[in-house]
Write a protein that binds this ligand. Sequence first.
Ligand code: HEM
Ligand SMILES: N[C@@H](CC(=O)c1ccccc1NC=O)C(=O)O
Length: 288
Amino acid sequence: MDNDTTAATNTRALEDGIVTDLREKMTYGSYLDLDTLLSAQNPVSRPEHHDELLFIIQHQTTELWLKLVLHELREACSLIAADELAAALKKVARVKHIQKTMTEQWSVLATLTPSEYVQFRDSLANSSGFQSYQYRAVEFALGNKNAKMLQIFDGEPQARALLDDLLHRPSVYDEFLRYLARRGFDIPASVLERDVTVAHTMTPELLPVFIEIYDNAEKYWAIYEACEEFVDLEDNFQLWRFRHLRTVQRTIGMKTGTGGSSGVDFLRRALDLTFFPELFAVRTEIGR
Ligand code: HEM
Ligand SMILES: N[C@@H](CC(=O)c1ccccc1NC=O)C(=O)O
């Protein structure tokens, strides 16, 4: 065997075609703006606590995924509004994969023990994930609207403007219900003309619509599929919330939060929320 093979040297030879003179060229680092990205991890604990970098990177990666989730959900809304349901579902499918990654990622932070965290927790002062505008934007896009959240961002005009805009836009579900109306389903005017700045609440008049769809899945396949995709979205969202709650519980127990809430109890109440109440209620009615 040739002595220059990878196996003989246990070293991979570079191929002649590989570009090595990258001066003046766009590179991996310049394209991805890595100088900016990798200079954005700035621990505040003094002396710097070893585990604060984990804490920062866990949050920053989540924020990057949230940025993409929001991008996809906004596009999904526009596509539904343009009657392009199949294209919208493609975006939702991507969101579902991101959600799984975000949920699985909690296991990394779970390696932070309470005794380690308490050593730099005070350095975080009143900062809290509660102040994540991208998280709130995703909640708004999915329909968990709450105008009271805006005041948190009075000091961050861009974040406030984004949330204000989303607050006044129809959610993914609002768009879906309007789509169903255009497709001839009997959606009450009170739903179509509702105040979209507040959360949608369980509307029993919508149940017959979903019973019809679920009892005749073959006939309404694309719409039926969309309903199930939305159920997946909500399930995945709840799993993220639950893993957050359990991570909080194992890290700070029943301590109050740095954001000023009761902590675990406050987070637990979010598990009672629903984006798509009728899509869950219909399950009770199927086959009756
Ligand atoms: C050890 C790690 C963590 C602890 C102890 C913790 C604790 C808490 C607590 C106590 C709250 C309630 C608000 C407050 O009073 O502060 C909260 C809210 C929140 N946290 Fe965390 N958190 C942790 C990690 C994370 C991570 C990695 C994220 C990802 C971005 C995150 C995102 C959020 C969000 C979005 C909220 C608002 C939830 C809502 O409005 O229902 N947290 N967290
Ligand atoms: N609320 C957390 C602190 C915390 O987790 C946090 C602090 C700053 C930035 C993001 C955070 N993550 C989630 O709330 C606590 O009470 O310990």
